[in-house]
Design a protein around this ligand. Sequence first.
Ligand code: FUC
Length: 782
Amino acid sequence: MASLEVIAKPSESFNYTENAKIQPLDEAPAESLSLWYNAPSKNWEEALPLGNGRLGAMVFGGVSEERIFLNEDTIWAGPPIPEMKESAAETIKEVRQLLFAGKYAEAQALQQKILPERVFPRSYQPMGTLVLDFGTIQEATQYRRSLNLDTAVATTRYLMDGVTYTREVFSSAPDDVIVVHLQADKPGAITFSASVDRPGDFTVEGIGNDCLLATGQASHGDKHLGVKFASILQVNTEGGKSSVKDGKLSVKGADTATIHIAASTDYNRNDVGTPLTHDRVATCKSMITRALQKTYKLLKAGNSEAHQALFRRVSLKLGEPSNRTTLARLQGYRKGEVDPDLEALYFQYGRYLLIASSRPGTMPANLQGIWSKQMEAPWNADYHININMQMNYWPAEVTNLSELHLPFMDYIERLVPSGQKTAREFYGNRGFVAGVASDAWHHTLPYGKAQYGQWVMGGAWCTQHFMEHYRFTGDQAFLKERAYPILKEAALFFFDWLVEDPKTGKLVSGPSTSPENAFFIPGTRKPSNLTMGPAMDQQIIWDVFTNILESAEVLGIDDAFTQEVEMKLNQLALPQIGSDGRLMEWTEEFRERQPGHRHISHLFGLHPGRQYNEKDTPEIMAAARKSIDARLAKGGGHTGWSRAWIINFWARFKDADKAHENIAMLLKKSTHNNLFDTHPPFQIDGNFGGTAGMAEMLIQSHTDTIDLLPALPEAWANGSVTGLCARGGFEVDMTWEKGVLTAAKLRSKLGNTGVIRYGDHSVTLETKPEGSYELLGLFGKN
Ligand code: FUC
């Protein structure tokens, strides 16, 4: 099966029909950094996401009924995972000979024979759906629902029968509970029943007169028995009464009601084969007890404070806020209206989503962050590492959320033991390897069809993130204890994996694919995928090797290993420019089966790599530009994440208007009404890649220079940004008018020397730790 195939069950409906009549409140919330709507969500893709990194909620905001889809980030259906049939070491030698001899079909057929089976589905799954039934079909006026990105609270409010109802929901990081608070401006007006359901293994029982206990296990029917979980929903009322009957919780005549939701699972991230044995119910109870020690006001304040400590590090102003609903603006934008403030909102939404789906100690953000509605999510909502999961983390460092990068790196380190086993037993190599995708069960064997499965670069690509974390933070202990060791593991694999191309004597990787593209075997109309030395492989290996040499220098390491890295780097084949001037995706000038393919893998060295830039490799930059032009001319960028990647490419080309054109395409074509990215279907990588791309237009630091406003488009003529980060431990604030920088301030965290460039001006600045510098006056002075 091609990895592009999406499994969706037509029978599953996530639509909501509102039974009450709704009259909108057409007044924007006071906080302009809000998504807001004047009607309840009609479907999941209009609902508003909340999360504390672990517990996710999608709030529909209905009046006759509230629906809140709940997730917990470790709820995954379980093994079996792909299993090894036989060692590939000997076969691979033969496959390589066939590929060098141009016998592509034979090579691929042979490789296919030894690939483990794909096991599908084995999905990340929902924890359940909470339904609050208000039993009302009357008219609600002044209706508005919103998500405040600054406070991380979703609010639904309306007027009915002379009573204003307000419902607030948040997922608190400090208190580790989801909180749903209902209030009315008249006493005794709150009456509803609450139930929770899940289309899978699930039991609900009442405890006392204010609690529901829900327990279950992720699975696919009786297969893939996975993570067991418990969840407690406890309601606290002021006035009125609560009762529990037949798995339903009822509240009658209360002044306020606050539902606290806690969850605990047996997933053991440190040893995934050995589930945790703690008492999950008792854990939930103690979480609820702790939460109950705080008033609602305190819980809410704690949630917002913790969120703002991260969120407020960066501000971005690109245009004037609007009084129209987010949906009206998006609809206008889709028709061609200019709305830079909506783009700024989208940028901040990406940061909001990262804060909500990835916090130190949680699972990393998966293909859907933490928000998934289906028991069989598209691609299992897994951890695809042939671009998607990496893209999730592209905004982390530059948009000042460095610590949120950690769950990703923790996870990659947890793959290492499995990746070492795969290296040793499947490939007969040292080091560690991980391929196209993994999941909660840490499998690393290649699997499925060779066209996507036979690719050994996923883990190595992820090691780049460790190096980038170091470059931004300057954390030498991290470099020594975490970045260098994992880079070394990746390199050891390549030492044994690379072979000499008999034609050139250069070292090439293979058998491998250029994700997930196909070419026609020369002289035939037969598509094939496997080759030796596809451009992306070579560029990723270049990245790993050069990162090692750079860190070895910082750490003062010079040994047999680093010498071998240097030797192999010198012998590494690097991508060539084809007869048509494009950067070649493969070592031969094959005809591509899909010239507009969504993966633009051979431009890795441009972004997220740093191999190519105008100063050092102008010819390659020109060739890369031809490659991207050709891809776009043939319909490239048709998935959300592909479009987001293209923004980043154009930013690196410093082509501001092309970058902006692609932001517009992302928002017009690949964005749901709740601003979630759509592949289609919903996939969160495009949100993160879009945010990263916008940051890349405002600041770049992947070369030895910090570039201010390297790709400022005409559409953003006036604006300001604070708190963007640059490599070397810097933070930058900028203001510009009519496209010209009018103020720029740099804060140095580490006291490094920085070379800062704006247009044709550049300055070398010696800094002190914690020093703050106005830049504009300095340009032209040295
Ligand atoms: C990659 C892409 C697909 C999809 C999947 C989850 O393999 O090729 O488009 O995004 O990941």
